[in-house]
Design a protein around this ligand. Sequence first.
Ligand code: NAD
Ligand code: UDX
Length: 452
Amino acid sequence: MKICCIGAGYVGGPTMAMIAHKCEDHTVTVVDINEARIDAWNSVELPVYEPGLDEIVQANRGKNLFFSTDVDSAIREADMIFMSVNTPTKTYGVGAGRAADLRYIEKCARKIAEVCEGDKIVVEKSTLPVRTAESIKRILESNAEGRKFQILSNPEFLAEGTAIQDLQNPDRVLIGGDQTPEGKAAIQILVDVYAAWVPEERILTTNLWSSELSKLTANAFLAQRISSINAISALCEATEANVDEVAHAIGTDSRIGPKFLKSSVGFGGSCFQKDILNLVYLCEHFGLPDVAAYWNSVIEMNDYQKHRFARKVVSTLFNTVSDKKIAVLGFAFKKDTNDTRESAAIYICKDLLEEQANLSIYDPKVPEAQMLRDLELGEKDDSITVCGDAYEATKDAHAVLVLTEWDEFKELDYKKIYDAMHLPAFLFDGRNVLDLEALREIGFEASGIGKG
Ligand code: NAD
Ligand code: UDX
């Protein structure tokens, strides 16, 4: 089978690399209108950093895995077309700030209708509002001219930083489609692709709408757990309880479970906020304002947590950070990724810049240009310095902030860092990854999240 994927991003690239890797009989072509991104996929420096991704791409690229800007040819030749384009929050018009911007998806559908010659299976890989398949179907069918289209929903559950692991060994693969004989046949074709490496009992099939809605629901539930534990972290700080101990105590209840209970500076990433906003918008659209308000509170709590952290830094540093050097360790939204989309670090840095702090930032994978874009600063802005390592960033600093849980931050020589800092030397562990007692023995005024 020939497979085409429109969109060579964080999802399209790794997902298609895994399909090509596991299904040597299929030819997979990933296309994108962004030429620089395609060039990078064809180079030694891939545009996405994910542990294990380089090896898989290198093993298959040029054999049964191709990256190209020739969108039309790839669509025309394919039997199955994945749509893995971005679906950001709309920034204009009706639903601005909440609804999903579906213009890229609609462009894909129109492009497929325009260029393809035979029957096609079109797969929604992007995260979409429930009932989007209906619009895609209408666009394709009104331009069908005898061609037949089957639309499937196959949302992606990979998390960044562990994408290859998640793709290799998914908890489940979800495939939704029409419950007609033709729809079921299309579902089976996609089931067979995944069955090359995923046990069949982990491949779930549903109707289209359940599949579309399950993706938004999964992200809302995951984010809700983080907001819940972060809400408790504020109470811990007021009462001398320890949020890690509380999380462990509740997580051992098998009905609650231990995962996704790590208190932090707030969740980031390209998905949680956008998908919950989308869910909130959908609930309002369907006349369910109470349901919308319930899910919106997950975002409100996350905003509270980010600002609360920045406020705590300022108040601890004697209510002023003006002209003080604050070292920021970690800028990515989580470890093992170069992605900064919606990273809590952006919001915290902006709050501190507003207070006229001088920031020296180090992240092992995020380039300086990306940080400047995220902080909306020009190249020559002297309020931030981007450093090549943690020791340079923390030298002469008044405070150290750990904002991403990179493993290397646990291995640093904190005595060396302390000796090069202004006293009192403050350290704020926004990820609860450091040994605060050991830091205090060195002399740091160290605090974590949710530790009274
Ligand atoms: P991304 O921005 O990294 O990549 C999307 C790519 O699509 C871009 O390179 C863009 O140039 C390309 N594109 C847009 N319109 C196009 C068109 N008309 N023709 C060809 N290419 C086009 O986005 P992503 O992070 O890969 O996310 C893609 C989708 O997957 C989103 O709906 C997202 O919600 C969902 N998702 C993302 C993750 C994640 O961890 N990033 C996980 C699960 C699901
Ligand atoms: C998420 C979903 O996990 C994934 O299934 C979906 O496909 C895409 O969205 P991702 O955003 O890549 O994946 O990473 P995830 O591991 O979910 O982390 C999201 C954010 O929550 C990060 O900022 C992370 O640091 C934070 N987080 C996660 C916590 O603060 N505490 C936790 O316990 C878990």
